[in-house]
Design a protein. Structure first.
Lengths: 167, 275
């Protein structure tokens, strides 16, 4: 499939799925999955990172516009988009020469799990810290990060299990 | 010069990242202050339009409960009308048309197309805007109680700062006497707000009704808010009282927007006093 069409569709589908479906789940009153960060995991590695950083920022900003949250989604998403390369080096041992051949679906599950869990927890922690915007309800931030991360990860792994092609 | 170009070459991604993060932070801080976020909010044409499309469909699921609420309100208003008739019989024959001369507020109806209550800073979006005469700082209520204050208007949509917003502060008082304080929210439970700065000598009991105080140019006097569920007996600085809202903020449909016709007059008067 044409990559540009595929990732444009992925961008729009993730944005609207998050805004109109997942933002309304509010399990137990406050636990929400934030599946849209799957875009950061799935976007191919590239030597030129301007497009990727800009797209991550725009995805977050789009979510902020719909959920009236200022710029917190944009901040958190851009942050994990920027630190993504560091964790790819750490977990997968891939360097610049390997970027064109890297595919997250062909890597072993353990490595992918570590990578996705780390980025998800970083993203959710930044997101809820900014959403709370005070030091008063720190326990709320921590619990929300934990529960929402579990929710996001379960959804993400179920989705990858369903949508990856079987060889 | 060579060094400078080399520096930009080496750190171009990091600098780009910093620039975008700075923009995101600026938008975040702008959003926290009332009425400053002009561009990044859900009241624009695209997101407002999409939200109203979705609300068009999802409104059908709450039709039955909305009808019941409407019926309750109609019954209440009819009862009030009946009381009014009895009083007017005993009145003097010189009738002043109070609708024409003493009207202070006008009511507009609108529908909530986007609701949020799980964050610390919550906003709603309603489907009326500048074209329908809405602008900033107007009261938003429904039949059960207050909901918020309008914040930003575009031509067809308006963003409302919910009372479940840490920046919200509304004048409120007890119904059975005239002690007043301000209504805030601590960001924890979406059913419970806090009434602070109420004088310590005020006799407050659990179950007392709280209503709007009419000391602001936004809310009319006497709109219901909630009932007291916890009184703080220890002497703290701001004497905070927990108030349970009559409204279920997670399940809102049609609302009324109240415009104060004397607002400009009130504000000019208050501003001259300050000088």
């Amino acid at each position: 499939m044409n990559k540009i069409v595929y990732f444009t569709l992925l961008f729009l589908i993730l944005l609207f799925l998050q805004v109109f479906v997942l933002n309304n789940i509010l399990f137990l009153g406050y636990v929400n999955p934030y599946l849209y960060i799957a875009f950061v995991f799935l976007f191919p590695l590239n030597k030129n990172r301007f497009l990727f950083l800009l797209l991550a920022f725009l995805l977050g900003l789009g979510l902020d516009i719909f959920s009236d949250s200022g710029g917190i989604h944009a901040f958190a998403t851009l942050f994990i988009a920027y630190v993504r390369l560091f964790f790819i080096k750490l977990y997968f041992r891939k360097y610049e020469a390997d970027y064109p051949f890297f595919d997250i679906h062909t890597e072993s599950f353990g490595k992918v799990f570590n990578y996705v869990v780390t980025l998800t927890i970083i993203h959710h922690f930044i997101l809820f810290t900014f959403a709370n915007f005070s030091f008063q309800n720190i326990t709320y931030v921590v619990f929300n990060t934990l529960f929402s991360s579990v929710f996001t990860l379960v959804l993400y792994f179920i989705a990858t299990f369903i949508f990856t092609k079987k060889q | 010069m060579q060094q400078l170009i080399y520096f930009f070459q080496k750190f171009k991604y990091f600098l780009f990242f910093l620039l975008l993060q700075f923009i995101a932070l600026a938008i975040t801080f702008n959003n926290l202050s009332f009425q400053k976020s002009k561009f990044v909010n859900s009241a624009n044409a695209i997101s407002g339009g999409l939200y109203s499309q979705v609300a068009n469909i999802s409104d059908y699921f709450s039709l039955k409960s909305e009808n019941e609420i409407l019926l309750e309100e109609n019954t209440h208003l009819r009862n009030l009308l009946e009381l009014k008739n009895i009083v007017s019989l005993n009145k003097d024959s010189a009738i002043v048309d109070s609708i024409l001369y003493f009207q202070k507020y006008t009511f507009l109806n609108a529908n909530i197309i986007k609701n949020s209550y799980a964050n610390a800073f919550n906003f709603l979006t309603i489907n009326k805007g500048k074209n329908q005469g809405l602008h900033r700082e107007m009261a938003v209520v429904n039949s059960k109680g207050i909901i918020g204050i309008t914040d930003n208007s575009t031509s067809n949509y308006t963003r409302v700062q919910s009372i479940l917003n840490k920046n919200s502060s509304i004048n409120a008082r007890l119904k059975n006497n005239r002690y007043f304080g301000s209504l805030k929210w601590n960001g924890e439970n979406y059913n419970v707000v806090q009434l602070i700065d109420i004088p310590r000598q005020a006799p407050i009991k659990v179950g007392d009704t709280i209503e709007t105080g009419g000391r602001s140019a936004i809310f009319p006097e006497g709109i219901l808010i909630g009932s007291v569920i916890k009184v703080n007996n220890t002497s703290t600085v701001n004497n905070s009282i927990d108030v349970k809202l009559f409204n279920d903020m997670s399940n809102l449909g049609p609302v009324y927007v109240i415009k104060n016709l004397h607002k400009l007059e009130l504000e000019t008067l208050e501003n001259t006093n300050n000088e």
